[in-house]
Design a protein around this ligand. Structure first.
Ligand code: PGA
Length: 249
């Protein structure tokens, strides 16, 4: 069966010293957590500190974004081979904040995910509808367009290494978590899209994380949904006790 993945997205928070402090508190709290994989995606400048602090533990480190060229004159970008060389396992692609504030499109999301895979990183590709899209009944249409444009261009072999994160934009950082049923339905729909494109066994194997105001007190209900295979956690991953409670749901 699918091993849950509990991933923390630190966004633009913490210094290297704070990163170190987090890990010294967090690691002892998750030593028994063999039921799940754990990942932390810190800001780029903290990756070295996080990799060092997580050494010998079961916690993998990831980038919050990744550029598709290997190197070159792309000021401000970080490539997949660079993340890999720095000790990363994971790379997030297409987070809604990247889509909203930095012009990310399904096309660039696909390029980032493919570049991550080429470098031996495992991409976490984010999809999710905005509030007005949900309210106008367009959730499935949006998810389908994001899947077709941002994921379905991957080969079957690439897809087998990819994690999908369903993050309704209206639930991110707002405290308004999707109900387990609402999230479960979206996950089921996404798994159906995966099945149409990649077949039954690939769809049964792909992990689909939920993200958007996941907290220690709502994670159990979400994880009880058959199609929810883990969480992508923003705010509640910044504090060791709260992220450990989520990991140990
Ligand atoms: P949140 O963020 O948990 O703070 O809502 C989730 C995310 O953006 O990945």
């Amino acid at each position: 069966m699918r091993t849950p993945l509990m991933a923390g997205n630190w966004k633009m928070y913490k210094t290297p010293a704070e990163t170190q402090a987090f890990f010294s508190k967090f690691l002892p709290l998750v030593t028994g957590a063999t039921h799940a994989e754990i990942a932390i995606c810190p800001p780029f400048v903290n990756i070295a500190a996080a990799v060092e602090a997580a050494k010998g533990s079961r916690v993998g480190i990831g980038g919050q974004n990744v550029y598709w060229a290997k190197e070159g004159a792309f000021t401000g970008e970080v490539s997949a081979p660079m993340l890999k060389a720095a000790g990363c396992t994971w790379a997030i692609a297409g987070h809604s904040e990247r889509r909203q504030y930095f012009g990310e499109t399904d096309e660039t999301v696909l390029k980032r995910a493919a570049a991550a895979l080429d470098a031996g990183l495992l991409p976490i590709v984010c999809v999710g509808e905005r509030l007005e899209e949900r309210e106008s009944g367009n959730t499935e249409r949006v998810l389908e367009a994001q899947f077709n444009g941002g994921i379905a261009g991957l080969s079957a072999e690439q897809f087998a290494k990819t994690v999908i994160a369903y993050e309704p934009v209206w639930a991110i950082g707002t405290g308004k978590v999707a109900t387990p049923d609402m999230a479960g339905a979206a996950h089921k729909f996404l798994r159906g899209l995966a099945e149409s494109k990649y077949g039954k066994s690939a769809a049964a194997a792909v992990r689909i994380l939920y993200g958007g105001s996941v907290k220690p007190d709502n994670v159990r209900g979400l994880m009880a949904q058959p199609d929810i295979d883990g969480a992508l956690v923003g705010g509640a991953s910044l504090e060791a006790n709260s992220f450990a409670s989520i990991v140990n749901f």
